[in-house]
Each structure stands twice: as structure tokens, then as C-alpha cells.
Design a protein around this ligand. Structure first.
Ligand code: PEP
Ligand code: MG
Length: 298
């Protein structure tokens, strides 16, 4: 029930025995931060930057992007902001013609040029975004998250471009750059991916869609699109074990982060944070306060 939830507003996110599992907000539009701040969030765990471009037909310039990103950083007052690189294509067709070329539509958009695949085709817009994010990171803790990673080379290419941008900007240190674990292949090669990633963030929406071959938005598939399928836990375990092996943080930013049936598992897998829409944070914070930490991997 919702009764008594207010008692968990602006409280630390702790298990019964005092283990912290940060609860962060998924943000599409900065206006959502008003609600998030009244609840008390441990940071922004996923900023879906594509929503900044939803009404644009061309890429907004570096200054415009920097101003938006740095506004989020300043508002969080020292709490981390995980900014995801543009994830257009698939079910987010905006800017598509501009980025992919007028003649590409993709026979199967979910499996076509989407996310980092699309951005790596045409590195200039990617570099503009990287520069704006790297500059914003000078003002507070920022993590850069790369969507739709399916192989190590994509991660290496992004790191190389980010390093060029850092160099041009005369900045000495790059913010952490991490891989979304949302394509099953990424979970399966997580141990290798961990060598070129500063952190992992599990996107359970797409991970479930691609693992179960069930469209996340198709009601007819709701019976198969189920987190209870044993394959989902197996892939999450692979990613968590690889993160532990490399000593890098791992977190969850798909809808599963807000599912109370998974809270204990995520706590016990040493997730650094769960990121979800702000409206679910109090429910999960209360739920977490009733769990006891029992490590699943060593
Ligand atoms: C996901 O796929 O779980 C995710 C967090 O990204 P999005 O929902 O934006 O695809
Ligand atoms: Mg996704």
C-alpha cells in the first residue's frame, strides 16, 4: 500500500542491516526533477539524452547541449549524473534521416542502426555530444553511458573518440565511460567488456526484449516478456560476476529496477544503484529497508 510511504522521503536507501543500495532517477525531461527532489534521490542513474532532441530535425550544437547537461549536474549538487549517449533509432526514430541518411529505414528497426551503432557511423555528432558531456563533467560527477553495446570494439571506438575530445578540450581526465548491458551478447562477453568499461549498467527492458525475442511494446508478447524467465537471471549473474572480477561498479536502469521481487537479488548481487522512474523510488526504498544483505557472489 501507499500508506506510510512519505516516511521514506529524503531518507538514505539502506537495507535492514544498513547496507546501502542507492536509488536513482531515470530522467527524460528536466521537469521530472521537481518530483524526484521532493522524494530524495541519490543521483540521476539514467539521463535519456535523446529526449533533448525529440523535437529537433538537426543536431543541437555543443553549447546548447553543454548548457542542458551542466544544468543537471549543478542541480544534483555533487550527486552523480549518468548521461547516456544518444539512443535514437528503433522505437525512437527522431533525427533519424539526419543521422542515418535519407534512404535508410531498416527492415527491423529494433535490430538495425540504433544507439551507438548509428552514432559510430557518423562520428561528428557523437563527438559534439561527447565534448558537451566531458565539459559538463568538469562541474560535478558525471558518468557517460553507451547504449546498445554488442561487442568490445564499439566500446573501444567510443573511448578513442572520447579521448580525442578530451585532448582537444585540454582536459586531463575523462569521466568514467560505461557500457549498457542490454544486448544479450554484451552480458555473455561481460568479462571481456569489463576490460574496456569503467562501469556497467543493465538495461533490463531491452535485455528482456532481445533475450526472449519478444517486443517490449507488443501487448501480444506480454506473456513471454517475463522477468521470471531463468535466462534473465543468468545473464544478470554473468554481468554482475564480471563486474566483480574487474572491480567495476554495476547497476540496473531498466524497469526491473523498480520491481520489488528483484530488490533483494539486486542488493545481494552488490549492485551500486537501481535507477527507475521517480514515482517508484519510495516503494523500493521501503522494500529495501526490510531486506537483509546476503551476498550471492564472492
Ligand atoms: C533498457 O533498455 O532497459 C533501458 C534502460 O533503456 P531504454 O528503456 O531507454 O531503452
Ligand atoms: Mg534500452
Amino acid at each position: 500500500s501507499k500508506r506510510g510511504l512519505e516516511a521514506f522521503a529524503c531518507k538514505p536507501s539502506l537495507s535492514k542491516d544498513g547496507r546501502e543500495l542507492k536509488l536513482m532517477a531515470n530522467i527524460e525531461f528536466p521537469e521530472e526533477l521537481d518530483v524526484a527532489e521532493s522524494i530524495g534521490i541519490d543521483g540521476i542513474g539514467l539521463y535519456r539524452s535523446e529526449f533533448l532532441f525529440i523535437n529537433e530535425t538537426t543536431m543541437p550544437d555543443e553549447t546548447f547541449q553543454f548548457e542542458q547537461y551542466v544544468m543537471l549536474v549543478r542541480r544534483m549538487q555533487g550527486k552523480p549524473v549518468t548521461m547516456r549517449l544518444l539512443d535514437v533509432g528503433g522505437d525512437r526514430p527522431w533525427l533519424y534521416r539526419d543521422l542515418a541518411g535519407a534512404d535508410y529505414s531498416g527492415a527491423n528497426p529494433a535490430m538495425g542502426l540504433r544507439g551507438i551503432r548509428l552514432m559510430l557511423r557518423n562520428p561528428e555528432p557523437l563527438k559534439v555530444q561527447l565534448r558537451a558531456m566531458i565539459r559538463a563533467a568538469q562541474e560535478g560527477p558525471v558518468n557517460i553511458l553507451v547504449p546498445m553495446i554488442s561487442c568490445r570494439e564499439e566500446m573501444e571506438q567510443v573511448r578513442e573518440l572520447a579521448d580525442q575530445c578530451r585532448n582537444q578540450l585540454g582536459i586531463t581526465e575523462l569521466p568514467p565511460i560505461g557500457a549498457m548491458i542490454e544486448v544479450p551478447a554484451a552480458a555473455l562477453i561481460a568479462e571481456d567488456l569489463g576490460k574496456v568499461s569503467d562501469f556497467f549498467s543493465i538495461g533490463t527492458n531491452d535485455l528482456m526484449q532481445y533475450t526472449l525475442a519478444s517486443d517490449r511494446s507488443d501487448d501480444e508478447m506480454a506473456g513471454l516478456y517475463q522477468s521470471g524467465h531463468a535466462a534473465i537471471l543468468q545473464l544478470i549473474l554473468l554481468a554482475a560476476s564480471a563486474a566483480k572480477k574487474h572491480g567495476i561498479p554495476i547497476s540496473v536502469c531498466g524497469e526491473l529496477a523498480a520491481d520489488p521481487e528483484w530488490t533483494a537479488t539486486f542488493l545481494n548481487l552488490d549492485m551500486q544503484y537501481l535507477s527507475m522512474s521517480a514515482s517508484n523510488i519510495l516503494t523500493i526504498r521501503r522494500y529495501l529497508s526490510r531486506q537483509t544483505y546476503l551476498p550471492l557472489i564472492s
